[in-house]
Write a protein that binds this ligand. Structure first.
Ligand code: ARG
Length: 460
């Protein structure tokens, strides 16, 4: 079924039609298409371009089509080129001549620009929502684990002791930035392209600002050529989604490491792990691996659209139809990954004792031992060397700095006193670090409060 039979004489070619069609994927926004048409018709009637009776007839019929699609009575099938054709054809079939007036002062170019924006705008809100749910889970972990000590790493080498609360807090901050990026994008994209026509506006006296307000946009777009060919907001959205995946992927990588036999910091719930068909001992972190893996397809969607858009002259070109599948897939992937990550992390069990032992056996208090000497008048460079020699001794004896005898300490440097043991205790090492953002008790108290405030303020 074609909207443009008039100019054509030759029979259609099935292969070409299939290649050209978008209905298999743009049916995803049938709701938005109908919503846009209803707003358009309402505006046409306000401007005297349609009568009120015509408006009411069209709107009632569009509502009927929507209801029938939702109930399954009306199936969206691929005899139509796209969702716009499908809706309009059904409208005309149901109410005849009046239905033919719907497309007055409109083109599929501004129509599809609108539909995609409406669809994406809702999805921006939804991604923010699922991220919020994940952040609530993280908040619980942060709140409850301010004294769960673990090694902090640099270069994947044990560096200084931190707490689980502090470590997970880093991800809370990342997701907070991700949500604020989405808020920014939503603000910038919130202008209405409808009424831009094919590219040069229209001769009908449309009230574009009125249509924009009916559809909850801040205003109508400023330039009709830009309106039908702007896909920046999709690129920005894919960028934000890619960064979310990058964060989830890093977190997943840590979960995978922590779940390994070597670390054993965490045990994933059976429901979020899988076994091996051959090795009975295995409990694999497949969900975390899949989230890490799916990052690739979201980056792919971003690169794909950037590449599609790079050489397109103004205004609309059919290349732009390629914006949809990648974006849809990226949205579904990201939402799914966030939800599964949330389920995985909220059911996982942290092995506090194991994390603490790992921090103790990793000389994560070596900096604090050096600082102790500095407090006793030894220059930092010398202190660094002295503690280095003690670490060597520990490696020989297979013990922690805490396990060396007073004799060992005195031999390395006479400035050591009994209180060295207190100074290098895990609790002391962490709790002394109270600069803003550090893992110490006081600093963390501020941070946890700040996280709680954020969740309260953002509660929709
Ligand atoms: N399916 C098209 C798209 O997704 C709709 C716009 C068609 N416009 C046109 N002039 N052929 O971009």
């Amino acid at each position: 079924m074609k909207l443009w039979g008039g100019r054509f004489t030759k029979e259609e070619n099935k292969l070409v039609d299939n290649f050209n069609a978008s209905i298999s994927f743009d049916q995803k926004f049938y709701k938005q298409d109908i919503r846009g048409s209803k707003a358009h018709v309402t505006m046409l009637a306000k401007q005297g371009i349609l009568t009120e009776a015509e408006r009411d007839e069209i709107i009632a019929c569009l509502d009927g089509i929507l209801a029938d699609v939702e109930s399954g009575k009306l199936e969206i099938d691929d005899t139509y080129e796209d969702i716009h054709t499908f809706v309009e054809a059904n409208l005309i079939e149901r109410i005849g001549a009046t239905g033919k007036k719907l497309h007055t002062g409109r083109s599929r170019n501004d129509q599809v620009a609108l539909d995609m924006k409406l669809y994406t705008r809702d999805e921006v809100d939804e991604v923010k929502e699922v991220l919020y749910t994940l952040m609530k889970t993280l908040y619980k972990i942060i709140d409850e684990n301010q004294e769960t000590y673990m090694p902090g790493f640099t270069h994947l080498q044990k560096a200084q002791p931190v707490t689980l609360s502090h470590h997970v807090g880093a991800y809370f901050e990342m997701f907070k930035r991700d949500r604020s990026r989405l808020t920014d994008i939503r603000k910038r994209m919130n202008t209405c392209p409808l009424g831009a026509g094919a590219l040069a506006g229209t001769t009908y006296p449309l009230d574009r600002e009125y249509t924009a307000s009916l559809l909850d946009f801040d205003s109508a777009t400023n330039n009709s050529m830009d309106s039908v060919s702007d896909r920046d907001y999709l690129i920005e959205f894919l960028d934000a989604l890619s960064i979310i995946m990058m964060h989830l992927s890093r977190f997943s990588e840590e979960i995978i490491l922590w779940n390994s036999n070597e670390y054993k910091f965490i045990e994933l719930d059976d429901s979020y792990s899988t076994g091996s068909s051959i090795m009975p001992q295995k409990k694999n972190p497949d969900i975390a691996e899949l989230i890490r893996g799916k990052t690739g397809r979201v980056y792919g969607a971003l690169m794909g659209l950037l590449t599609t858009m790079k050489g397109i002259p103004l205004a609309y070109n059919k290349d732009m139809q390629e914006d949809k599948e990648g974006v849809f897939d990226a949205i579904d992937t990201v939402k799914g990954c966030i939800m599964l990550f949330n389920g995985m992390i909220s059911t996982a069990k942290f092995n506090d004792a194991r994390m603490r032992k790992s921090a103790a056996m990793g000389f994560t208090n070596a900096t604090d031992a050096a600082d102790y000497l500095v407090e006793h008048g030894i220059p930092f460079r010398d202190a660094h060397g002295i503690i280095g020699s003690l670490v060597l001794k520990c490696i020989e004896k297979n013990c922690a700095l805490d396990d060396l005898s007073m004799e060992d300490y005195k031999e390395a440097c006479p400035a050591f006193e009994e209180d060295i043991y207190e100074a290098i205790k895990m609790e002391t090492c962490v709790d002394k670090r109270n600069t803003k953002g550090a893992p110490g008790r006081e600093a963390m108290k501020q941070f946890v409060e700040e996280c709680g405030r954020y969740l309260k303020e953002e509660y929709a």
